[in-house]
Structures are given as C-alpha cells and as structure tokens.
Design a protein around this ligand. Structure first.
Ligand code: CP
Ligand code: NVA
Length: 312
C-alpha cells in the first residue's frame, strides 16, 4: 500500500524551525491543513499512537489545539508539565528524550532555551515539534501564514508589518518571510530588535527592513501584526518594557496607514491597551480568531505528516 503523498520518508523529521521544511513541503503541509479544515480528511493516521506534550511554560492555544488535534487524528495526547517530571529536578534532556522515545510516537515541547529543544530532537528517535522557545514559535507563524493565504490569496507581493518586541514571534516571521518571499518590515524600539543572524538570513532571501517608527513599517502594509511586550520568562522586566514600548501600540490611527484591505494578526494572549487596542483586536480588520483556529489545522497536518501511519 502506498504512503499518502503528505507523509515524509524515514528517517524521522522534526519541526524546530520553519526552515526545517522546504517551501514546497510547507505548501504541501498547508494544502493538507486546508483539506482537514474543509472536513474532507477522514483518515486517522495517529491511531494507536501517542503524542507527548512537554510544557515548561503555560499555554492555552498550543496545549488545547495539539491535544484536540491528536485526538481527531485517532491518537492519544499526553500532557506533561516539565516541573512535575524528573526533568524539572535536573534529569538530563538527553536521557528524557531517549526514554520518552521508547514510549511515545512524537514529542511536542515548549521551553525556554532553543538549544534545549535542539538537544531533545538530537537524542529523540521520534519526531520533535517546537511548541515555542525563547527564540522561535514555528507552529504559530505557520498558522499565521496560512491565515494570510486564506485572507489575502497568497504571499507574493505582500507586505507584513511587525510592530513591537523583536521576540520569538518576530524571529519566526523573519524565517517565514525568507521561505515565502514576502516583504517584512519590523518596527522595534532600540534594544529590542530581533535576532541578528535570523535577520541577516532573511534579508539575503527577501526584502526585510527595521525601523524605530511604527508608522514607517505599517504604511501600505497588507498585514499588521504584534505580540505582547513582555514574553513568558521576562515577567520581572514588565515595567521597564511598558516604558520602552510606549508608542508601539497598534491602534486605529496606525491601522489607517496600512493598505485599506489590511488584516490584523496577533498570536494571543493579547494585552488590550498595551500592544493593541480593544478597537483593533475586536475590529473589522482583525483576523485573530481565524488565526487561532488555524493552529489546530496546521498542527494536525504537521502531526499527520511527521507521525502518521498510512491509513489507506
Ligand atoms: N499563541 C500561543 O501559542 O498561545 P498559548 O501560549 O496559549 O499556547
Ligand atoms: N512572545 C510570546 C508568545 C506567546 C504565545 C511569549 O513567548 O510569551
């Protein structure tokens, strides 16, 4: 029996960064996600399989969308808080990865240092999916570019404006811009720029610019997007950051500078009155709920691709 075309060949593949997949593989992934979203995918490629989900940070969307998605594909999700694992008491990552690989068929991890996920993937013999690190959040930006494709018809010639912190989301948008070839304009205050190496890598593949002026980034943009000013793990900097990011909130005045058909995206959770106003988040250009919904579809496509057994 032939494998369905979306399955990847052995050896095992991981998704730690968007650049782990080629542009063609990402397009195949999105086509599968859209087929699942339409409801014409009735296969259960995870039947008899378990996805371990290790969380070192809190989560609403990532946990629920992976858990529900694994169930819908016939699999069994297993929620693990790293604090309640021996990992939280110092058991090495490499030992945990080798042991879990003997019980489960795929592992999703949310943690702090990106190197921890890389080490996990190196020692795991089953696929590892990055559910957010301090450096990258690939599952979220895959859902975001899928939303762009649905709402704007594609990426060619499109301009995305990132306003705010040069954080894990901004870094991942840089990777996405390089892979899909759209223009990315970042507006970040001094000292809060994204990762320099990721910026340079993206700039070698597409048009990427950085400014301290949100108005300059947003002028004529087709997507305006932002994220919290204080990411998980930086809570003690919240007050300093609130001051540093004053003037970087996305409001209706800023949105008015974008393309008239521009959409607003935010990975959520949002802090109304800080990085975005209630009027923009709840307004006609906001696509944040469609964006959140797409987490489920793209991650189901990812699990089927990385972990799935042929079912027909
Ligand atoms: N956007 C996102 O990853 O949300 P959670 O932190 O709720 O998983
Ligand atoms: N930048 C945010 C994203 C949350 C989904 C954080 O890391 O907390």
């Amino acid at each position: 029996m032939a494998d369905p075309p979306h399955r990847m060949p052995m050896p095992k593949r991981d998704l730690l960064a968007i650049t782990d997949f080629s542009r063609a593989e990402l397009e195949t992934l999105m086509a599968l996600a859209l087929r699942m979203k339409r409801g014409d995918y009735l296969e259960r490629p995870l039947a008899g399989k378990t996805l371990a989900m290790i969380f070192g940070k809190t989560s609403t969307r990532t946990r629920v969308s992976f858990e529900v998605g694994a169930c819908q594909l016939g699999g069994q999700p297993l929620f693990l808080s790293s604090r309640e694992m021996q990992l939280g008491r110092g058991e090495p990552i490499r030992d945990t990865a080798r042991v879990l690989s003997r019980y489960v068929d795929g592992i999703m991890i949310r943690t702090y240092a990106h190197t921890e996920v890389e080490e996990f993937a190196r020692f795991a013999s089953v696929p590892v999916i990055n559910g957010l690190t301090d450096l990258l959040h690939p599952c979220q930006v895959l859902a975001d570019v899928l939303t762009m494709r649905e709402e704007l018809g594609g990426w060619a010639g499109k301009i995305v404006a990132w306003v705010g912190d040069g954080n894990n989301m901004a870094n991942t948008w840089l990777e996405a811009a390089g892979q899909f070839g759209f223009e990315l304009r970042l507006a970040c205050p001094e000292g809060y720029e994204p990762n320099h190496a990721l910026f340079d890598r993206a700039a070698a593949r597409t048009r990427v610019t950085i400014t301290e002026l949100p108005e300059e980034a947003v002028a004529g943009a087709h997507v305006v997007t932002t994220d919290v000013w204080t990411s998980m793990g930086h809570e003690e900097q919240a007050e300093v950051r609130r001051q540093a990011f004053a003037g970087y909130g996305v409001d209706e005045k800023l949105m008015a500078l974008a393309d008239p058909a521009a959409i607003f995206l935010h990975c959520l959770p949002a802090h109304r009155g800080e990085e975005v106003t209630d009027a923009v988040l709840e307004g006609p250009q906001s696509r944040v709920w469609a964006e959140a919904a797409n987490r489920l579809h793209i991650q189901k496509a990812l699990m089927a691709t990385l972990m799935g057994s042929p079912t027909r």
